[in-house]
Design a protein around this ligand. Structure first.
Ligand code: BYC
Length: 328
């Protein structure tokens, strides 16, 4: 949008004085970006904070299941790749908390809410990583689902969120490829390795489909978020897109997707797939997944143990500011 004066970046046309809501609606309709200092409806702001915070929390909680395998990676190469990937997830969290901060909240406040169970993180990270093949399955399926969901967010109406997603999607794409390559190596390895890869795919497939959120008719936020162009596609549309992408990839991997109802539907031009266990999804959201307690306990512990690092960084920054101030 074209900036005019601070706090009001949409110029009113001469002779007219459109109210702030009209200016906002027109900007969204014209596919312009809403920027932090623009007027926006309170509900738009609150919904963005909700979604971006949940997204950021997912990135940092998502470090845990994969970090579980860093010490046991089968080679130095795999270990280096996994460490880099886990660090990337921390970086994604950082961009996203920064994007949320532009909406007038603070990272501290959001983390407090996560630790108190008042904000969510993705259901997918409440499942355990039982074998090394799970690291490959997460890369292929979980990062694959994440890209499918997140590429459209690069066109989100809120500027800072959209811009954060560009880099995140590039990195997620690399993550997805490394997962695919790692699973391929296992699938083409010994019969035991192939079985381990298949077992991982069997366990991660259905939770990956749940990542896209509830079916459209049970999605409380979708209609409004799509109207505001925070979301560009519905949960079911993106889930279908992901299934259509994953089927040929599974074939290339020599692995089977654990769904007897999965088949190409010529008429629809899409794959039909079996019923998702939504009772399991809602149960995981309520905190009853296999790893909910473990994930949040570990997150709280990491936060407490990292307090001295935050204090030291804040002290250094304040000293640096003072020194710079003196030099000026
Ligand atoms: N898990 O109205 P709906 C990653 C909640 S990170 C938990 O459809 P919306 C990665 C939803 O919040 C992956 N909760 O909501 C990281 C709402 O509850 P509240 C994270 C879920 O927002 C490391 C209620 O259910 N990606 O990929 O319109 C390593 C009703 O849902 C889930 C993002 O966060 C879920 N799966 O749509 C590797 C992407 N689904 O808030 C990979 C950004 C729904 O009213 N987020 N809920 O309490 C989005 O695109 C959207 O927020 C969602 C949900 C599609 C997830």
């Amino acid at each position: 949008m074209t900036a005019v004066t601070e706090g009001q970046t949409h110029p009113a046309k001469e002779g007219s004085a459109p109210d702030q809501q009209t200016v906002f609606d027109a900007a969204v309709a014209a596919d312009e970006r809403i920027e932090p200092r623009d007027w926006m409806p309170d509900a738009y702001r609150a919904s963005l904070v909700r979604q971006i915070a949940q997204h950021a929390h997912s990135e940092i909680i998502g470090m845990q299941p994969e970090a579980n395998w860093i010490t046991r990676a089968p080679s130095l190469r795999r270990k280096a790749i996994l460490m880099a990937k886990v660090q990337d997830e921390a970086g994604h969290g950082l961009y996203l908390y920064s994007a949320a901060e532009t909406l007038g909240t603070s990272r501290e406040e959001l983390l407090d809410k996560l630790h108190a169970g008042r904000q969510k993180y993705s259901s997918i990270f409440n499942y355990p990583t039982l074998t090394w093949a799970d690291v490959g399955a997460i890369g292929w399926l979980v990062d694959g689902a994440a890209i499918t969901n997140q590429v459209p967010i690069c066109r989100c109406s809120y500027g800072p969120y959209a811009r954060a997603m560009v880099r995140i999607c590039k990195e997620e794409s690399f993550h997805q490829r490394q997962g695919f390559e790692s699973l391929l190596a296992l699938s083409q390895g010994t019969p035991e390795q192939h079985a381990m890869a298949q077992d991982a795919v069997n366990r991660w497939w259905w939770p990956s489909l749940m990542m896209f959120g509830p079916p459209d008719d049970e999605s409380s936020h979708s209609a409004q978020s799509m109207q505001w162009k925070i979301k560009r596609h519905s949960n079911d549309e993106l889930r279908q897109r992901f299934v259509d992408i994953a089927v040929p990839q599974a074939k290339a991997l020599g692995l089977t997707l654990p769904d007897p109802d999965l088949r190409w539907n010529e008429e629809r031009g899409h794959h039909d797939f079996g019923a998702i266990d939504w009772a399991e999804f809602w149960d995981v959201l309520k905190g009853n997944g296999p790893c909910n307690d473990q994930r949040i306990t570990q997150r709280r512990r990491a936060h407490e143990e990292g307090a001295w690092v935050r204090d030291a960084a804040a002290a250094y920054a304040s000293k640096h500011r003072k020194t710079k101030g003196e030099a000026a």
